[in-house]
Design a protein around this ligand. Structure first.
Ligand code: ADP
Ligand code: MG
Length: 302
């Protein structure tokens, strides 16, 4: 017997390392005419490394700066329960220095913002400078100024607060996937429209990375619901949107999309469950390949 075209396309997608969850999804993949891509873990490899560790003295003169290892130890202990790529970078750096990590109590995480925990009786928060500092301390706070400097170099800066006081800034950098530029170009050609970058990261680091990936339409500093709004905006213009993401913060946008694809290797469980298809082998270039497969199969169906 010959296999129905959509089923053989699904088998073919599997050979490209893409798990397509149903024949309906296989069909819908070929209908997309706009693409929104996440940055961290999607366009980038998702294995970021800690590049800078900067303790800060209390600005009110209330105390000296912590030493580097103490700052890193608190940050890593608070990040330990998180599955975010930034959290993994912080924990890996602490391990590389042989630091033992005390347990995190009352752990909480806010997608697009950061984590909070109690570590050895102290309240620790690690996260976005914009969200942790700007409301409370303003953009002129030394921690915010240092963070902006690091972001200017294309890195992601996160602030560590101890009992509410900014205690230091960490910077983390990730590499663009080798097939990112090729993939965004192929998706642009297939859909007739340049892909959009939707990221929770800061605009400086986002613009730098987008340029390397050949993307000019950049929406940065987005919370999960802002990513949904960006998708809806494209939909209101009549587009059927493909969303590609990896994080918990991408799940609402993956659900709102015409078709959602999650990056499998570093992807969060929620993203993998919410997405319609999963790139199991982490090759971005497999995405335009399966869109093309869907179009060929649909040409058979109709
Ligand atoms: P992206 O959209 O690029 O995948 P996210 O929405 O996951 O980024 O994160 C956006 C920002 O929120 C990060 O750049 C960081 O400032 C902050 N953030 C989120 N999760 C964490 C975490 N576990 N530790 C530190 N910062 C975090
Ligand atoms: Mg991500």
């Amino acid at each position: 017997a010959t296999m129905p075209p959509l089923l053989s396309a699904m088998a073919n997608a599997g050979r490209h390392g893409v798990l397509v969850k149903s024949a309906i999804v296989m069909e819908r993949l070929g209908q997309i005419d706009a693409v929104a891509l996440d940055k961290t873990g999607t366009l980038t490899e998702g294995t970021p490394r800690l590049t800078d560790l900067r303790p800060l003295a209390a600005s009110d003169g209330e105390g000296p700066a912590l030493d580097e290892n103490t700052l890193l130890r608190y940050a890593a202990a608070a990040e330990h329960p998180s599955e975010h790529p930034l959290a993994r970078a912080v924990v890996a750096a602490a391990r590389a220095r042989g630091l033992d990590l005390p347990p995190a109590e009352d752990f909480g995480s806010t997608p697009g913002t950061g984590v909070t925990a109690t570590v050895e009786g102290r309240a620790v928060a690690v996260g976005s400078p914009a969200r942790l500092l700007h409301g409370l301390h303003g953009p002129a706070h030394p921690a915010a100024v240092l963070a902006a400097e690091l972001e200017e170099e294309g890195r992601t800066a996160v602030v560590v607060t101890l009992d509410g006081r900014p205690a230091g800034v960490l910077a983390i950098a990730d590499r663009l996937r080798p097939d990112a530029a090729l993939t965004t170009r192929a998706l642009g050609e297939l859909t007739g429209r340049a892909p959009v970058l939707v990221t929770g990261d800061n605009p400086r680091a986002a613009a730098r990375l987008a340029a390397e990936a050949g993307i000019t339409d950049v929406r940065a500093g987005l919370l999960p619901q802002d990513k949904v709004a960006a998708v809806r905006e494209l939909q209101q213009a009549g587009a059927r949107v493909l969303v590609v993401g990896d994080g918990v913060n991408d799940a609402p946008a993956l659900a709102a999309a015409h078709t959602g694809i999650a990056m499998g290797r570093a992807g969060s469980d929620l993203a993998l469950e919410t997405a319609d298809a999963v790139v199991v082998r982490d090759e971005l270039a497999a995405i335009p390949a399966v869109v093309a497969l869907s179009r060929r199969a649909r040409a058979f169906v109709v």
